[in-house]
Write a protein that binds this ligand. Structure first.
Ligand code: GTP
Ligand code: MG
Length: 254
């Protein structure tokens, strides 16, 4: 209180008179309400990521014990940043609010799964989406139909239940599944998009397109080599790997 000016200057008094204290309080309340709602929603997305990551890790552990093969090399997860959320809503002419982001955006929670071989991508995707608590909302296969720039990846939007103390929420998660080589390519291509100015951009994009083709051909050859190695099932470990391949085919045909 000792910091208050002893005399209120008349001009300041005028400003104070024009401020609607109730409006300020209402706005602050609205802002706080939205902030709490936003924090709760992000917590739900974070929990949904944990659920999906665990499901994927369980599959990987099971397959590594049964068939001595790890279809998943690694998993990375992220929650979309507030600034990216706001930009995406604005870009799509959608209201920038908590309700709007929950209703309109499917990629707030993102899980990226990196596999060694192309057939692992489809095996992991079908093993995940065949689980009876998972609902597949959308699938975009940029491996069968690559983007014009050469981008390849399998994208799934899935819905998973998350159980909280007093409720069950269905939460959407974007899962991107690709090979190590496809991921290597996407990281470099992403840098071109994020740099404001890149000299020789057209030339670089063309080089990247060529690299994407080389990578796709190499991924295919690596798969063929692995299959040739596994064709000799005389040794027990390889027999197990063949069993895994059969399981993959079975899952794919479900
Ligand atoms: P976004 O508005 O980018 O989310 O696109 P979308 O909702 O139409 O979905 P899409 O499945 O095409 O892309 C989703 C995500 O995949 C992007 O946010 C990127 O992380 C990744 N992605 C898509 N296309 C490319 C690409 O050409 N290059 C790279 N590096 N990543 C891409
Ligand atoms: Mg998206």
């Amino acid at each position: 209180m000792s910091n208050l000016p002893e005399k209120i200057i008349p001009e300041r008094m005028e400003i104070l008179n024009t401020i609607d204290i109730k409006e300020v309080a209402d706005n602050a309340q609205l802002f706080l309400g939205q902030a709490v709602q936003y924090q709760e929603l992000m917590m739900m997305y974070d929990c949904a990521i944990k659920e999906i990551r665990t499901k994927l890790e369980v599959l990987n552990t099971e397959l590594s014990v049964r068939y001595q093969r790890n279809p998943i090399e690694f998993i990375s997860c992220r929650i979309k940043k507030p600034i990216s959320i706001a930009k995406k809503l604005q870009k799509n002419d959608l209201p920038v609010s908590v309700e709007s982001l929950e209703r309109n955006l499917n990629d707030i929670a993102g899980v990226r799964v990196i596999c060694s071989f192309i057939d692992d991508i489809y095996a992991v995707a079908s093993m995940l989406t065949n689980q009876d608590d998972i609902k597949l909302i959308e699938e975009k296969d940029y491996i069968k139909a690559p983007k014009a720039n050469g981008y390849r990846s399998l994208h799934l939007i899935i819905e998973t239940p998350v159980y909280f103390s007093d409720q069950k929420r269905l939460v959407r998660v974007e899962v991107q599944i690709r090979t190590i080589a496809m991921d290597f390519w996407a990281s470099l291509e992403h840098q071109v998009n994020y740099k404001k100015t890149v000299s020789n951009e057209e030339e670089i994009m063309e080089e990247l397109r060529e690299c994407a083709e080389t990578i796709a051909a190499t991924d295919q050859r690596m798969l063929e080599i692995r299959n040739k190695i596994n064709a000799d099932s005389s040794r027990p470990l390889e027999a197990d790997t063949n069993a895994f391949s059969r399981l993959q085919k079975m899952k794919l045909s479900i």
